[in-house]
Design a protein around this ligand. Structure first.
Ligand code: 1HE
Length: 269
């Protein structure tokens, strides 16, 4: 597959704070700034945008993980301290672009969370499609106590994930949630013991990568739009994407495989 060479092409363009590896059709992208607890500086944010904008065709899913004990300490506070109002708007919009490329990019993204998942780190996790948390993960929005507001799309994505009331509490009172609480309120989809996160993330990414590409497109690009639209528009959009997906040769082949007793049944894991 030519994707290995292409991933090394992307790798050469990434800042030092990002590192990429390949496992077959799955790309592993690591935040590699553990000495700063993977705080997101401009170079990293632009690197994320570039990475998710130019994945080679052979890559079918991405696992986003982090070096060190902490997934991400959020915004690099040293950078925001220098910005005036106009630059602050541009800064926030640059985060929006990067996380938009993640959420509505070419392939599904599985995040592997541990330690601090705070501020912009939680905003980034919210832009991923599947979240696996190790038992050490915890979630907070320290923006409230730093005198600022979320700027990485958190006010759009987090209310959908955990509800506006929970987000208000996190920002106004500084409340944090541990990994078990985060699982209970819907931040993570999977909770695993420390050290198991990457393996679980790769396993899930490989399963996702085995889906028909049109199904993955429908789930990541169309489902969230339907969920935000009025029901009448939602039903029409659903009918259209359902027809497009089932009309693909791959869907026909998969359904025929089941009818010919060559495909697995939909049993419990
Ligand atoms: C940083 C950052 C950072 C660490 N920006 N440099 N985010 C926060 O408010 C969280 C701030 N960070 C922390 O609360 C702690 O660092 C942690 C709880 C995550 C980890 O604690 P610890 O004891 O393991 O590490 P540390 O000693 O605090 O940090 C190690 C180094 O990383 C240290 O630098 P050093 O040069 O003194 O070694 C820290 O200064 C540095 N570091 N976190 C800059 N965030 C688009 S809007 C998004 C808005 C936000 O994200 S606001 C939330 C910001």
């Amino acid at each position: 597959m030519s994707s290995a060479a292409s991933l090394s092409g992307i790798s050469a363009k990434l800042p030092q704070s990002l590192r990429v590896e390949q496992r077959g059709v799955v790309a592993l992208l690591f935040l590699a700034r553990a000495h700063k607890r993977n705080a997101l500086d401009d170079a990293t944010v632009f690197g994320l945008e570039a990475f998710f904008s130019s994945l080679p065709e052979g890559i079918k899913a991405v696992v986003l993980a982090a070096d060190g004990e902490h997934f991400c300490a959020g915004l690099d506070l040293g950078e925001l301290a220098q910005l005036n109002v106009g630059q602050g708007v541009a800064h926030s919009r640059s985060w929006h672009r990067a996380f938009e490329r993640m959420e509505f990019g070419q392939v599904p993204v599985v995040a592997v969370l541990r330690g601090a998942v705070v501020g912009g780190g939680l905003e980034m996790a919210a832009a991923c499609h599947i979240r696996v948390a190790e038992g050490s993960a915890y979630y907070a929005l320290p923006e409230g106590s730093r005198g600022i507001f979320v700027g990485g799309g958190g006010s759009v994505r987090l209310p959908r994930l955990i509800g506006t009331a929970q987000m208000m509490d996190m920002m106004l009172t500084g409340r944090s949630y541990d990994a078990a609480e985060g699982q209970a309120i819907g931040i993570s989809h999977y909770l695993v013991t420390p050290g198991e996160g990457l393996g679980k993330g790769i396993e899930l990414a490989e399963r996702i990568a085995a889906n028909a590409p049109m199904t993955n497109f429908a789930v990541t690009h169309v489902l969230p739009r339907i969920a935000q639209s009025d029901p009448a528009s939602g039903y029409v959009t659903e009918a259209l994407i359902a027809a497009i997906a089932q009309g693909e040769d791959e869907a026909k082949a998969r359904m025929q495989a089941f009818l010919n007793k060559r495909a697995p049944k939909a049993t419990q894991d």
